[in-house]
Design a protein. Structure first.
Length: 124
């Protein structure tokens, strides 16, 4: 059986078995690597991800500013409350999107089932 032609990070050969038509295993195939990094960068560009990154940046900036005395602790506490609200809204938005996606999938399944039931009635 053929083995993957790639080397592992430590310099030893990859031990994964590949099909005769393939030179590299899934992990080392550059075509898959491109697809994976495309998928990863697409996820990084997504709106919820960007908003989460912005919020995280805002929190660590606030931390630094309160710690250094640039922002009064009292103001820092209020800003933290606002940040918490923003985080809750983000979470709410995510849940809502998830629910909508599930509803859509269930609807599609129900339609497929109804069509299936209809055709079997005609066959009986
Ligand atoms: Zn490999």
């Amino acid at each position: 059986m053929a083995r993957c032609a790639a080397l592992k990070p430590d310099g030893t050969p990859c031990a994964r078995i590949v099909e005769a038509s393939q030179e590299y295993c899934y992990a080392h195939d550059t075509r898959h690597q491109e697809a994976r990094s495309r998928a990863a960068s697409k996820a990084a560009r997504s709106k919820p991800r960007r908003e989460l990154q912005a919020l995280r940046k805002q929190v660590s900036k606030l931390y630094d500013e309160v710690y250094s005395g640039e922002v009064e602790p009292k103001a820092g506490a209020v800003l933290t409350q606002i940040t918490n609200t923003q985080a809750r809204l983000l979470e709410l938005e995510r849940k809502l999107k998830e629910t909508e996606e599930l509803e859509e999938r269930i609807e599609t399944l129900e339609q497929a089932q109804q069509q299936g039931a209809g055709s079997s009635r005609w066959q009986a």
